[in-house]
Write a protein that binds this ligand. Structure first.
Ligand SMILES: [Zn+2]
Length: 294
């Protein structure tokens, strides 16, 4: 064995390749160790999602568009959650922006209950906007994006505990993949008073999709797939990364969705906003949470 290694080493040395080979082994080994011990696979998924848009686009999506309050505007905060799971050390600000710890999530549900809020479904908000139904005072809506499995493990039991309802926007092609919900879990939530909505097939940045066929496949395709799996129609859509333009809105309407939520910040809605609903992205910060829904 050692003789073989020795002759291999000298053969490489003759060709001046040994530094290259040993350097490569060191680098690959280092990467492997980093991968195993320091990077959680779920973070890779999140990074993959985030890397699809440029920093510029992300800054834009986080940017606040001033809210116009019209005489017929109603004030109903739509809370936006992504992952609900315990934080781990070394998470970036970006990751923390898309993740709420289970105890913080419970504190928020408790805050809503203790402070006189009524959690209504997004469907009911849409109905009230379309049909002028008067909502209970301090109505509020809870939504979850992307279809992370941790939403079933951590958020769903707490929603049941507080007898609250929420809408889960599913990226249909990810369903069943390691860190995402399974169809069985989606059916359980659907049958337990939760609402299932569409979030495209593969989570593209829809504003930059130029091919109408691709747009249709992402939006209508995901709707049909989800409906086939849960056995009834779905009405609600959320734009991946929160952005839209007129073409995207038209494709969402053509697919048969009744309403769509962005990630632009705001709490006021009218019937003109059915396809451009604003929301509030939630973090662990209880003070920010309480003041944003005031
Ligand atoms: Zn998303």
């Amino acid at each position: 064995m050692f003789n073989w290694l020795r002759s291999f080493h000298f053969a490489l040395k003759d060709r001046n390749l040994h530094f290259f080979l040993y350097g490569s082994i060191l680098v690959l080994g280092g990467l492997l160790i980093r991968q195993i011990y320091f990077v959680k696979p779920v973070d890779l998924y999140q990074e993959a999602l985030l890397s699809k848009i440029s920093q510029f686009d992300l800054e834009q999506s986080l940017q606040q568009v001033p809210e116009t309050i019209k005489p017929d505007s109603i004030k109903v905060p739509i809370l936006i959650y992504h992952s609900v799971r315990p934080h781990s050390s070394g998470e970036t600000a970006m990751q923390l922006h898309y993740e709420v710890a289970p105890d913080a999530f419970e504190s928020q549900l408790k805050y809503l209950r203790d402070n006189g809020y009524t959690v209504i479904s997004l469907e009911y908000l849409v109905e009230s906007l379309s049909d002028n139904i008067t909502l209970p005072p301090k109505s509020i809506v809870i939504t979850f994006d992307d279809g992370w499995k941790n939403q079933y493990g951590y958020a769903f039991p707490l929603l049941k505990k507080y007898a609250d309802t929420a809408t889960f926007f599913i990226t249909s092609d990810y369903v069943g993949g390691g860190y995402f919900l399974t169809w069985d879990q989606i059916r359980v939530m659907d049958n337990s008073g939760m609402t299932i909505g569409g979030h495209t097939r593969t989570h593209p940045y829809l504003v930059s999709v130029k091919d109408p066929a691709v747009l249709k496949n992402e939006i209508t395709g995901s709707k049909l797939l989800i409906e086939k799996q849960i056995g009834h129609s779905i009405d609600l859509f959320a734009y991946p990364y929160g952005h839209y333009n007129d073409t995207v809105i038209q494709a969402v309407k053509d697919a048969g969705f009744r309403s769509a939520r962005s990630t632009y910040k705001g709490v006021f809605h009218t019937s003109a906003d059915l396809y451009t609903l604003k929301g509030l992205e939630v973090t662990d910060d209880m003070k920010a949470f309480a003041s944003s829904i005031q």
